[in-house]
Write a protein that binds this ligand. Structure first.
Ligand code: F6P
Length: 318
């Protein structure tokens, strides 16, 4: 098993679940350090109960994670496969985002090794699941931060542009905006018209002490600082600030939701391997565990339901 790509709260709960389920079924769990990097470099170890004791509550990943360039080359993958052979690995569980899934697909095609993917990313942008491990915790971090920013914004009559993660998708931004009662949200899925935004701000701000605008880092108008500066040229007299939440969104103890999701998916992954399944991406839909082919998960696009953007628009201050 490995964790790869951006770490996400709940990855440890998934690792614990995989290890405990393996041991229950007399299988030998083997952890690879630092994702595909550790696989290429031959770093890993057999995991025991004590390795996963008291880790369900920990953020990050005890196995470490990385984004590995070498693994993109066939030569790198050859080294990785040699390492797996030398350790007698006969099944692989990867926990990460779509880059992690792509790597698993290639490895499986080149080695014949059964692979199962678990969605682990705060971004929630994985096809084949309604929720990814880490998304719920990240959103709770976002709303706690926005609540605090609003306190200072209101005290000083300020308009804040709060940047959240999401290079290609607005899952965190839109859900964060709905849950924090923000006044506007900018997401990569929708074109941002700065002049209209400035006009809306002027209109909404009348008689208010503060405004909160959530900006996904991948918005087409730019990040929060860029957007703020563009808006500033239309609203010179306003006191504008920006705040980048950054990597605090990736850390912290996983929420109840993420612990449960990770535990269920980890257990399910081992059962899939026991049932001689391969090439599957696991997920959850309507409260049920589901799977689809890893290939579909890599090719597919997890699309944000824009009905919730329409709902947000109905609720925001006019
Ligand atoms: O994919 C998870 C994620 O946190 C994205 O939301 C963000 O754009 C990216 O990783 C940041 O990556 P890094 O930690 O490598 O800068």
């Amino acid at each position: 098993m490995l964790t790869s790509g951006g770490d996400a709260p709940g990855m440890n709960a998934a690792i614990r679940s995989v290890v405990k389920t393996c041991l229950h079924h007399q299988m030998i769990p083997f952890g690879i350090y630092d994702g595909y990097q550790g696989m290429v470099e031959g770093r890993g170890k057999v995991l025991k109960y004590k390795d996963v004791d008291n880790i369900i509550q920990l953020g990050g990943t005890i196995l470490g994670s990385a984004r590995c360039q070498e693994f993109h080359e066939q030569e790198g993958r050859k080294k990785a496969i040699e390492f797996l052979d030398s350790e007698h690995v006969d099944g692989l569980i990867v926990i990460g985002g779509d880059g992690t899934y792509r790597g698993a697909n290639l490895l499986s095609a080149e080695s014949g090794l059964p692979v199962i993917g678990l969605p682990g990313t705060i971004d929630n942008d994985i096809f084949g699941t309604e929720s990814t491990i880490g998304f719920d915790t990240a959103l709770n971090t976002v709303i706690a931060a926005v609540d605090k920013i609003r306190d200072t914004a209101s005290s000083h009559h300020r308009i804040f542009f709060v940047e959240v993660m999401g290079r290609d998708s607005g899952f965190i931004a839109l859900n964060g905006a709905i849950a924090s009662g923000a006044d506007a949200v900018l997401i990569p899925e929708e074109h941002t018209d700065i002049e209209k935004l400035a006009h809306d701000i002027r209109h909404v701000y009348k008689g208010r002490r503060s405004m909160i605008i959530l900006v996904a880092e991948g918005d087409d108008a730019g990040n929060a600082l860029v957007v703020m500066n563009k808006v500033k040229s239309f609203l010179m007299e306003y006191d504008l600030r920006h705040s980048v939440l950054g990597h605090i969104q990736r850390g912290g103890s996983p929420t109840f939701q993420d612990r449960i999701l990770a535990t269920k998916l980890g257990n399910y992954a081992v059962h899939m391997l026991l049932n001689k399944q391969s090439g599957l991406a696991l997920g959850v839909k309507g409260g049920e565990l589901v799977n689809c082919s890893l290939m579909d998960a890599v090719k597919g696009h997890a699309s944000l339901n824009l009905d919730w953007l329409s709902m947000f628009d109905e609720l925001k201050t006019k």
